[in-house]
Write a protein that binds this ligand. Sequence first.
Ligand code: ADP
Ligand code: ADP
Length: 220
Amino acid sequence: NEVLRLDGVTKTYGKDGPSPVPVLRGIDLTVDRGEVVALVAPSGAGKSTLLHIAGLLDTPDGGQVYLSGRDMTGLPDKPRTEARRNQLGFVYQFHHLLPEFSAAENIILPQLANGSGQRAAADRAADLLDRVGLSHRADHRPAALSGGEQQRVAFCRALANAPALLLADEPTGNLDPATSDRVFDVLMTLVRETGLSALIATHNLELAGRMDRIIRLGND
Ligand code: ADP
Ligand code: ADP
């Protein structure tokens, strides 16, 4: 029961130019339903490239990408965008919240864009904010929140449309170590409570050790 499967995924940048950069050479990887997998890689090993391919934001040169058993390789943009919206949640090192909207609105908007009603979207935002301990911050704009609080709101936004898979790239990477630790715990609790599957890239081996399985990329 695999949420994500990469079969022999290859990627080379500048393939047709004078100095091609081979980044991924035959990556095989799976994430099972309910599993939280750490992706550990030295800088430059292709971690972001891999997450972009898994997130249907980029296409591989070779190999297959399956989401919930469906081969996404070679699909046109429309079904790929749809799958991205319905099945995937993204978290980055920086929160990328919309600055002119409140925390709650940042979680409500993606749901409205996905066809939810205003009331259901607001209820879900309130529930998610409660889970990450930020009910009292619902009406604050991102600029009024601490770095750790901003990241927690970003987690809620990623989960807003109940994705099948969370893809995270150094989700606590811009926080100081103590905050990173606490905020990572919040993320793990949120993922566990919602039964979400996740592929989480991190340099932090201690954080990686708290996940179900570690996949290493490159010669790390
Ligand atoms: P990581 O996230 O592990 O640091 P990336 O996936 O961002 O690695 O990049 C892997 C390698 O590919 C790096 O050497 C990087 O310089 C190169 N690279 C990334 N994106 C591009 C691009 N658009 N064009 C050319 N080279 C790229
Ligand atoms: P829309 O913005 O109309 O909802 P998109 O295809 O642009 O449709 O976005 C779908 C999902 O993919 C959103 O969750 C968005 O955050 C994410 N996304 C889109 N483009 C990128 C990108 N370049 N990098 C990371 N995530 C992206």
